[in-house]
Write a protein that binds this ligand. Structure first.
Ligand code: NAD
Ligand code: GLY
Length: 362
């Protein structure tokens, strides 16, 4: 483990791209020159991240014709309406279909910029510069882009892969603790899906991670990106195993939508959602009590909620869960566990037991 720049690859044939992981990468003009084929570049950021990091990115982009658009901050702005601000700037500045968009920010900015890139003139290039842990380990990798709808999270979107992902781990030093915890939820997810060794490493290193120890963070990011890149390479469009990356998300999206976007952070909802998935797996006889306890303990140590909010009734929860992208032919599919590191996607579950589980939280 050192602080030198690491490069992972997302292998997707002629659309393969690198993930750079290191420190002081924002100003690395060599990386931009290698991956931006256009002269015109639009950097999209938000009112929180731009004052911290935009100058560095602009300095790395010297030589390009650069414009910026600064969005409001918050999950509640991840909408079709906000997207229009990006399109307006692109059109006002006469950006052509050879242009490149650069997303500088967390998952909200990344998902919206990627979707704008997928739509503008039917598709232009984009680069991801994720600045939250959650975005560095999950949302910037794999090409899922989109916005929320009042009736469902991430329901409007497109698959559109970036040209590269630039992860400057030093940006995490300005991240609030609550946001760090939200990112750790997605890190724990990789251990639970199919990497039990990583789960054990997290049990041993959670305190260092919570203290933002640079080498611990760097290793967690690299391992998470490696795990995610493997899944994306095997199933880019989620026709099969990529659905595993939604562990905790069907419960979590119901919490996010039910509470109103921005009330619970995405990672917090996923944290509680993974505890629910573990408890439900135990109810079905698929996971033993000791393993469920390890899951809940680790999620708690990460500063995350381990139960859903009581404000959402059981009926409301079930209705919200029914609006899930994994629903196929009207049939809900869930990601559950047969042990730590042994997740599976299934519609073979007892829905009465699901209702019972939800009542247990009330
Ligand atoms: P976010 O983008 O809202 O960022 C969290 C907060 O941190 C914001 O206030 C942001 O301005 C601030 N911030 C960002 N970087 C900072 C920094 N370095 N220092 C200080 N503050 C900083 O939230 P998020 O957790 O990054 O992303 C959540 C979103 O990602 C959700 O919309 C979720 O649906 C989406 N997501 C997408 C995928 C995917 O595959 N595309 C995967 C997981 C999550
Ligand atoms: N975060 C889920 C996915 O990328 O598929």
């Amino acid at each position: 483990m050192s602080e030198e720049t690491r490069i992972l690859s997302v292998d997707l044939g002629d659309r393969s791209y690198p993930i750079y992981i290191g420190v002081d990468l924002l100003e690395r003009s060599d990386i931009y020159k290698n991956h931006i084929a256009s002269k015109q570049v639009l950097v999209v950021s938000n009112v929180t991240v731009a004052p911290l990091y935009l100058d560095k990115v602009l300095s790395g982009l010297s030589g390009f014709q650069v414009e910026t658009v600064i969005l409001p901050d918050g999950e509640e702005y991840k909408s079709i309406n906000t997207l229009d601000d990006i399109f307006t700037t692109l059109l006002e500045k006469r950006f052509d279909r050879g242009c490149t968009l650069v997303a500088l920010g967390g998952g909200v900015v990344g998902d919206m910029t990627g979707f704008a890139a997928a739509c503008y003139q039917r598709g232009v290039d984009f680069v991801q510069i994720p600045t939250t842990l959650l975005a560095q380990v999950d949302s910037s990798v794999g090409g899922k882009t989109g916005v929320n709808h009042a009736l469902g999270k991430n329901m409007i979107g497109a698959f559109h892969q970036p040209q590269c992902v630039i992860i400057d781990t030093a940006t995490l030093q300005t991240l609030e603790d609550r946001q760090l915890s939200a990112g750790i939820a997605e890190v724990i997810k990789y251990g639970l899906i199919n990497d039990p060794e990583f789960f054990e490493w997290l049990e041993d290193n959670m305190d260092h991670l919570m203290e933002k120890d640079p080498l611990t963070l760097s290793y967690a990011i690299e391992r998470s990106c490696f795990d995610k890149a493997e899944v994306v390479a095997a199933d880019e469009r989620e026709s099969g195993m990529r659905a595993l990356l939604n562990l905790g998300h069907t419960f979590g999206h119901a919490i996010e939508t039910g509470m109103g976007y921005g009330q619970w952070l995405h990672g917090e909802a996923v944290g509680a959602g993974m505890c629910m998935a573990a408890s439900y797996s135990k109810k079905l006889g698929w996971m033993d009590q000791l393993e469920v306890k390890r899951v809940i303990t680790l999620i708690k140590r990460a500063g995350l909620p381990i139960c859903p909010p009581e404000d959402i009734s059981v009926k409301q929860f079930l209705d919200l869960m029914a609006v899930d992208k994994k629903v196929k032919d009207g049939q809900l599919r869930l990601v559950l566990m047969k042990g730590i590191g042994k997740s599976l996607v299934t519609s073979e579950f007892d829905s009465k037991a699901l209702e019972e589980l939800l009542y247990e939280y009330h």
